[in-house]
Design a protein around this ligand. Structure first.
Ligand code: GUN
Length: 294
């Protein structure tokens, strides 16, 4: 069994991007610049955004953090998005989710220019991805593709079973794994809350991607011997032995499933670290104007 080391691969990607920044500087080109908008004081969102900005600084990107109080109006927020859309110095823009209830997240996401949508949430990017055109791929699907590729995991002709049909993980992952490319060329099945006999489905998986948000959902009896298991879940479970009072666990019961796998991602340290690398990667593509060349 090979443990897939997301921290190592994410670091590799950051080093590659740092080198690209140095090359851009040498040639007098455009240094990538990411803007992040944060509304309110949700502690998890604050931590995510702080880390995203810190990541940019570490690898030599420009970054701008725009903060609004929770009571910002939708109009004010959309006006800021429009302003950043028009700012040629800023290549990528993210608006951290969730937003307060009085702001429609779709309205905000749809207002970001697709060329700057480094989260890959805009329907234009989702549509381009589905059509196999160059597109910003959302951070988690990006991270999974990179892990499969960099561990040279064979995917063509394999049966990939995705558990979960969310907008930002399960659905795009199913599309990406069935596309005519590497990683891809899989026969894909999506399982969800209405799936009957889920273990019968998951046992057919050569590649099993669990993105359902339930701690330890995938047990050993659901996994075929030799399968590749990608665990997207990050769930808090009570753990009195820790100072924090909780531990982070995935959607896969790692202890019992790992023994059956050819490859498996741990939680933490698997898919999680890759998502921040994905945002940096997309921001570089944005600065180089690589996606919307036509
Ligand atoms: N909230 C949780 N994950 C994300 C993400 O990837 N992008 C944005 N914009 N908000 C999030």
């Amino acid at each position: 069994m090979t443990l897939i080391d997301g921290n190592h691969i994410a670091q590799q990607i950051r080093e590659e991007l740092t080198e690209q920044v140095a090359t851009i500087k040498e040639k007098g080109g455009k240094i990538p610049h990411l803007a992040a908008i944060l509304v309110g004081n949700n502690p998890a969102s604050e931590a995510y955004v702080r880390n995203k900005v810190k990541d940019c600084e570490k690898i030599g990107y420009g970054s701008t953090l725009v903060r609004f109080d929770t009571d910002v109006t939708e109009e004010e927020l959309l006006a800021k998005v429009e302003e950043i859309n028009q700012n040629d110095d800023i290549d990528g823009l993210i608006v951290q989710l969730p937003l307060p209830d009085h702001i429609a997240p779709e309205k905000v996401t749809f207002t970001i220019r697709p060329e700057k949508d480094v989260d890959g949430f805009h329907p234009t990017n989702v549509g381009r991805m589905a059509k196999g055109l160059p597109a910003y791929i959302a951070a988690t699907p990006f991270g999974i593709l990179q892990l499969l590729e960099r561990y040279k995991i064979e995917t063509a002709g394999k049966h990939c079973v995705v558990i979960g049909r969310s907008d930002i993980v399960g659905t795009p992952m199913s599309i990406l794994m069935s596309r005519k490319a590497y990683p891809g060329n899989c026969t894909v099945t999506i399982c969800h809350s209405r799936t009957k006999n889920m273990p019968d489905m998951t046992r057919q998986a050569d590649i099993l991607i669990a993105a359902i948000g339930q701690a330890g959902f995938v047990t050993a009896d659901m996994v075929k011997e030799g399968a590749v298991v990608i665990d997207v879940g990050i769930n808090r479970v009570d753990d009195a032995s820790r100072k924090s009072g909780y531990a982070l666990v995935g959607d896969v019961n790692f202890e019992e499933v790992a023994e059956k796998c050819s490859f498996i991602t741990p939680v933490p340290g698997g898919v999680g670290p890759m998502t921040r690398a994905g945002l940096l990667y997309n921001t570089m593509l944005a600065a180089k104007k690589k996606i919307y060349e036509f």
